[in-house]
Design a protein around this ligand. Structure first.
Ligand code: NAD
Length: 254
């Protein structure tokens, strides 16, 4: 078991990639703290883990709100006394070229996607520093590296996460803390289903176009990304520091 005895906090793990990662981390021996805004989806993730014989609790918190994040981290400390792995996964989509994006919509994407990495990291890092160990995984995207049409706010937020990951790694390397980034391509989750439905008249044609852009010719699955997250969470990736890890079926070459 690759995460035996570890305490892992995964933000936004009520759905999609976060849920898949929570299930996999639990199968590999971690006790998973499932976080989400949505208590129903969060409880479903915990239910699946417990039914499979794993250990998990749900804590509802908004990753953009400092009081909410601090309360979540305090509860984890009271319950488990430490955090070994922080997977900053929660994120939302943003569609539109710059001239189409309203200021409120821009701020919402930046808030969840960047502030939502900053705040959990801010309150978990002192715990990891005290213990001189920890692995932080930040959810970026292949759009941090390739130009996609009408994804201005989303691409900017994911590029910022990649830069933040490198900066964090330099600041915390001496504390034995590793900080790496995941760069998925298009993965079929509720997030992508919703984006396709709301952005394209013909979502099926859009899926075919996305498949062509990825060298794999296929969309990825949440499990594909969960496996990469597991690698970064575990000691098997101990020589990876501040690295971008692509799980994109070759989308960056498309
Ligand atoms: P998803 O919508 O299925 O899951 C995201 C979860 O985050 C939801 O359960 C949602 O309730 C939660 N969430 C949103 N705002 C929150 C907040 N403020 N506080 C706490 N939880 C919040 O999405 P997904 O496709 O699994 O995406 C997960 C991450 O992966 C996101 O950061 C996304 O940008 C990134 N990503 C996804 C893809 C893809 O193709 N699906 C590709 C690259 C990167």
């Amino acid at each position: 078991m690759r995460l035996q005895g570890k305490i892992a906090l995964i933000t936004g793990s009520g759905s999609g990639i976060g849920r898949s990662s929570a299930l996999l981390f639990a199968r590999e021996g971690a006790t998973v703290v499932v976080n989400d805004l949505d208590p129903v989806k969060g409880a479903e993730t915990v239910g699946e883990i417990v039914q499979a014989g794993g250990a998990a609790i749900f804590i509802q918190a908004d990753v953009t709100n400092p009081d909410s994040v601090q309360a979540m981290v305090s509860r984890i400390m009271e319950t488990y006394g430490r955090v070994d792995v922080l997977f900053n996964n929660a994120g939302i989509s943003g569609v539109g070229a710059i001239h189409e994006v309203e200021p409120d919509a821009w701020d919402r994407v930046m808030n969840v996607n960047i502030r939502g990495v900053y705040l959990p990291s801010k309150y978990v890092l002192p715990i990891m520093m005290e213990r001189s160990s920890g692995s932080i995984i930040n959810m970026s995207s292949c759009v941090a590296e390739i130009g996609l049409a009408r994804r201005a706010s989303y691409s900017a937020s994911k590029g910022a996460i990649l830069a933040l990951t490198k900066s964090m790694q330099v600041d915390y390397a001496t504390y034995g803390i590793r900080v790496n980034a995941l760069l998925p391509g298009t993965i079929m989750t509720p997030f992508v289903e919703n984006y396709l439905k709301t952005s394209y008249e013909d979502p099926e044609a859009a899926i075919e176009a996305i498949k062509k852009r990825q060298l794999s010719g296929e969309l990825g699955t949440p499990e594909d990304v969960a496996q990469a997250a597991l690698f970064l969470a575990s000691d098997e990736s101990k020589f990876m520091m501040g690295s971008p890890l692509y799980i994109d079926g070759g989308a960056v070459f498309g």
